[in-house]
Design a protein around this ligand. Structure first.
Ligand code: PLP
Length: 376
């Protein structure tokens, strides 16, 4: 088969996106210009949150969000092991310890009851991830945070446009993190942002994006600028922000198409034996970053299914390998047996192609390949 394979995720870039970028390239500001603020305003309006700070990646956004908490070294941050590595690495960057809590078997999101079991005197924050675009049990997580005086960071890299109990994701946690990598809902090439309603965190995030530099001279340095926190250079360029502004205008169309695709999969796969479609909680509006299915081990192994799909030119993927399984994480001594749900789900899950440009014809090919791949 020489046919180009269908990827699991892909950007939608149109002529108006390109024109918006080119316009900035011809202007005076490639970086730290007016497009950054414009993009931040558009994003904060979209997610109905007071402030947004745009940066060069979702990973940088996570690092800054943890940094803005200014936690003591050795503080523990509870998160899910069933996510991209950046959700836990951000604790390590800030001299904190990631602590994993097992996931819920139906939503694949962190289980609030498991969070409770992991709380110690050193626990200072929870980073919850809206897996595949489905918001977590936010009310339950907030209740735990209030009881134990913990900060909340929402890793919403999958969940731009998602809703929980009728309200957009963006302001439930102290800070919410988004990514604009090409496979995500909108793209700036590389890029990310933190949104918050908290004025103090907002000021710190702006410092952390730019070396911790404050342009208003402090008491210690009477002229020029002062450096107040240990920040890095996480700035995003103006041409990236121009792309972001252009992309954000199409968010509703993008979401609509993702939802349509999910419906086709739900309807078509229902009749196929050996594959389980994703559960959607009644309290959420799913943003469908991913469309993950579970393969029934009694029919075929996930790995065989995966190979067969790839042989049929369908670019399936596994989201995710549990973080505690990675070589770097072996030093922390996490035990797979402590995360039975994560083990079970991660060993049978496969992401099918899901992106707005996926055509009806391609969708048919994916469904047909699933059918053919589910034999003993
Ligand atoms: C994509 C992603 C990130 C990191 O975003 P980048 O922009 O690639 O740095 C973090 N967490 C999750 C859950 C993601 O999917």
């Amino acid at each position: 088969m020489n046919q180009k394979s269908i990827p699991y995720g892909f950007q939608t870039i149109e002529e108006d996106d390109i024109a918006a970028v080119v316009e900035v390239l011809k202007s005076d500001y490639l970086t730290t210009g007016p497009k950054v603020g414009e993009f931040e305003t558009a994003l904060s309006n979209y997610v109905e949150t007071k402030h947004a700070v745009a940066v060069n990646s979702g990973t940088s956004a996570l690092d800054m969000a943890v940094g803005a908490l200014e936690l003591e070294a050795g503080s523990e941050i509870i998160t899910t092991p069933f996510t991209f590595v950046a959700s836990a690495n951000c604790a390590l960057y800030n001299n904190c310890k990631p602590v994993f809590a097992d996931i819920d078997k139906r939503t694949y999101n962190i289980d609030p009851n498991q969070i409770r079991k992991k709380i110690t005197k050193k626990t200072k924050a929870i980073i919850y991830v809206d897996y595949a675009g489905q918001p977590c049990s936010i009310d339950e997580i907030k209740e735990i945070a209030q009881e134990h005086d913990l900060y909340l960071i929402e890793d919403a890299c999958h969940a731009l446009g998602a809703e929980y109990k009728g309200k957009k994701i963006g302001s439930f946690a102290d800070m919410t993190v988004f990514s604009f990598h090409p496979v995500k809902h909108i793209t700036t090439g590389e890029g990310g942002a933190v949104t918050t309603n908290n004025e103090e965190f907002y000021q710190k995030l702006k410092l952390l994006r730019n070396h911790g530099i404050d342009k208003t001279p402090g008491e210690r340095v009477g002229y020029g600028y002062d450096m107040k926190m240990l920040g890095r250079n996480y700035r995003i360029t103006d041409f990236q922000c121009a792309l972001g502004i252009s992309q954000l205008k199409k968010m509703d169309l993008f979401l609509k198409r993702r939802k349509e695709i999910a419906k086709v999969y739900n309807d078509e796969l229902k009749g196929i034996f050996g594959v389980m479609t994703p559960y959607v909680a009644p309290t959420v509006r799913h943003a469908w970053h991913l469309y993950p299915v579970l393969v029934d081990k009694k029919i075929t192994t996930r790995d065989t299914f995966f190979e067969r799909m790839r042989a049929n030119a369908i670019g399936v993927n596994v989201h995710y390998i549990p973080i505690y399984r990675f070589t770097y994480y072996s030093r922390f001594g996490f035990k797979s047996a402590d995360y039975p749900n994560t083990e079970d789900i991660s060993s049978s899950i496969v992401s099918l192609p899901m992106f707005p440009k996926l055509t009806d014809r391609e969708l048919e090919c994916v469904v047909e390949a699933v059918r053919k791949s589910l034999v003993k």
